[in-house]
Design a protein around this ligand. Structure first.
Ligand SMILES: [Zn+2]
Length: 284
């Protein structure tokens, strides 16, 4: 990764881009692993991402327990354990995003699976797990759905491993790029800021497209005189099944690999968009 000063300036832009693209609102956060001290990570203190504006807005935390390195650090996000446990479990992860995007939330609440429905979100793969914090609560936990401690963060981080790898404890790279959090939101990660933001934005766009496609399809089934796609609707005009047709595993894998080489293009656009918007200040 680039040097720390450059990274922090990029991290300010990333906060703005996530807001501009409706991934975060007043809530949600993005962090990076400290490239100069890899057992630490850095994220904004307790403020809305759109309003992060300078390097002094960031707080450095220990990955071991998400405690602030500076004992006088300002108040941080409660859910920083989401970030610390991802860095602890997966050595290749350099950036983590957590948010409650309204476009994603239907898939964290309805039981309808989130699937990649076009090529750019191929990184979603064939299965996006839904982690339910309720299943790990003990008698003393606060049942507010927030990830409040190491145990809860570790349980979420575990879901980024495939079932075969979940007992391994640590590994280099997560098997999954996005995990939904039931009644709460989602988390994603990347080997750099740009990739993590790409995944957060396009997971959100995919959810919107999937929802629109599902609504359209169901409305269309009630329209008379339509030209039907018999692969989807059958000769009788009846839906062949109610499950959405996502990318195949082969399509998802190939699309993810192809798109990985193009992340700089949307990133350049997104930086220009937030720099042109007076809401966002980057004094980095
Ligand atoms: Zn949250």
């Amino acid at each position: 990764m680039a040097n720390l000063t450059t990274l922090l300036t990029t991290l300010i832009s990333a906060n703005h881009i996530l807001h501009y693209n409706s991934v975060v609102d007043a809530y949600g956060h993005i962090s990076i692993r400290n490239p100069e001290q890899t057992d630490q990570f850095i994220m904004s203190g307790n403020r809305a991402p759109a309003l992060v504006s300078s390097h002094s807005d960031f707080v450095t935390y220990r990955i071991s327990d998400a405690s602030a390195v500076d004992p006088n650090a300002p108040q941080g996000y409660i859910e920083r354990y989401i970030h610390s446990e991802m860095y602890k479990r997966y050595s290749s992860v350099q950036c983590v995003v957590h948010a409650h995007a309204p476009d994603i939330l239907p898939y964290a609440t309805s039981g309808v699976p989130l699937k990649p429905v076009y090529h750019l979100p191929g990184f979603l793969g064939t299965e996006v797990p839904v982690w339910d914090i309720e299943t790990i609560y003990n008698a003393t936990d606060i049942h507010d759905l927030l990830v409040r401690n190491v145990r809860e963060g570790a349980s979420l981080a575990q879901q980024f491993a495939s079932p075969a790898n979940q007992t391994a404890g640590t590994s280099s790279t997560p098997d999954r790029n996005v995990v939904l959090m039931r009644k709460h939101g989602f988390s994603t990660h990347g080997p750099d800021i740009q990739t993590a933001v790409f995944r957060a934005v396009f997971a959100t766009v995919n959810a919107r497209v999937q929802t629109d496609s599902t609504l359209l399809r169901n409305a269309f089934s009630n329209m008379a005189g339509r030209d039907i796609d018999v692969r989807v609707w059958g000769q009788s005009g009846m839906l062949l099944n109610n499950a959405f047709e996502p990318l195949t595993s082969q399509q998802a894998k190939a699309a993810e690999e192809s798109n990985a080489g193009t992340v700089a293009r949307p990133w350049g656009l997104w930086v220009a968009e937030v720099e042109a918007n007076p809401l966002y200040k980057n004094n980095g």
